[in-house]
Design a protein around this ligand. Structure first.
Ligand code: ATP
Ligand code: ZN
Length: 283
């Protein structure tokens, strides 16, 4: 049995639950429960505050956890990052009042900075030999300059709209973060085996999410050119169509080259292009 800690509620909760679901692991949301057990996988899931997860994983109360890299590095616990999960993307940034003059990080010398990330903020300032006064606050950091508590803040940003509405501008990025799977450093062989099984499934899910299945019709005289544009897992599948002189081509395209490839396939004479999501992908 492996114990996995995930966020009880908040920005990472839904995506963590979805990932487990996509891995075919059936767990009930638990309502207000602290923990629940999967019915078809040797996994126990703990629902915790994200801030506590690194410590629980270090202590072995949980064997693994899903948490933002920002929290892992801030808490500075002795745990191992196993896998980046591709959700919960954000950055930890310093922001100042919009009208203020800001040249470089030296502009923060002697200033008061409010943050929920004192460790990472201090580390970044020390690295740049800047002396500033760090005020640790636990929430609503973005209002600190407005109420006269600080001159600047260091906080998580995704779109930047919160900064904007609070009259702040982002001036330094300390860290880019996403959700990661962390593990205790000393798992026994049986636990390691379950973790490997889980990772195998996570890889298949991540791969599938990054790829699309594509079907198209191609005139036979354009087939070579069209096949040349498609990677496929081994090579594309080519099947003759009922209509003389045409073939159906099936392949897999990655998300990042998707639009570019579609345009080039059309230009090369492909027709009836159909794109479908992939559920799982095992190489
Ligand atoms: P908890 O009650 O578990 O302590 P929290 O309020 O500390 O929750 P959330 O706001 O739910 O935490 O954020 C959880 C994680 O989501 C963050 O640590 C970060 O990794 C990620 N995240 C992604 N985008 C953002 C964002 N714009 N602001 C804050 N966190 C973000
Ligand atoms: Zn938190």
């Amino acid at each position: 049995m492996l114990k996995l800690a995930i966020q009880k509620s908040g920005r990472l909760h839904e995506d963590s639950m979805n990932l487990l679901r996509e891995c075919g692991i059936a767990i009930s949301n638990g309502g207000n429960k602290l923990k629940t057990e999967a019915s078809n996988f040797p996994l126990q899931v703990f629902f915790l505050r994200d801030d506590d997860i690194p410590q629980y994983v270090e202590d072995g109360v949980a064997d693994m956890g899903i948490v933002g890299e920002n929290v892992v590095y801030e808490k500075d616990r002795s745990v191992k990052i196993v896998e980046q999960l591709g959700f919960g993307s954000c950055r930890l940034s310093i922001a100042v009042v919009r009208g203020e003059q800001y040249n470089d990080i030296q502009s923060l010398e002697g200033k008061r900075i409010a943050t929920s990330y004192p460790f990472l903020t201090r580390q970044h300032l020390e690295k740049n030999k800047v002396n500033a006064d760090i005020h640790e606050i636990s929430g609503s950091v973005e209002i600190a300059p407005g109420i006269g508590l600080s001159d600047a803040i260091c906080d998580l940003v995704s779109s930047g709209s919160t900064l904007l509405t609070n009259g702040l501008k982002e001036v330094e990025t300390i860290l880019y973060s996403q959700a990661v799977l962390i593990r205790n450093k000393a798992l026994d062989a049986a636990q390691q085996e379950i973790l490997d099984k889980l990772l195998f499934r996570i890889h298949a899910v991540k791969k599938a999410n990054n790829n699309k299945y594509i079907l198209l019709n191609a005139p036979n005289d354009k087939l070579q050119e069209i096949i040349g544009l498609l990677p496929g897992m081994k090579s594309p599948t080519v099947l003759p169509l009922a209509e003389e002189g045409w073939s159906s081509v099936h392949s897999v395209l990655s998300e990042d080259e998707f639009w570019d490839k579609i345009e080039r396939l059309k230009a090369a004479g492909a027709q009836g292009i159909l794109v479908v999501p992939i559920e799982k992908m095992v190489m």
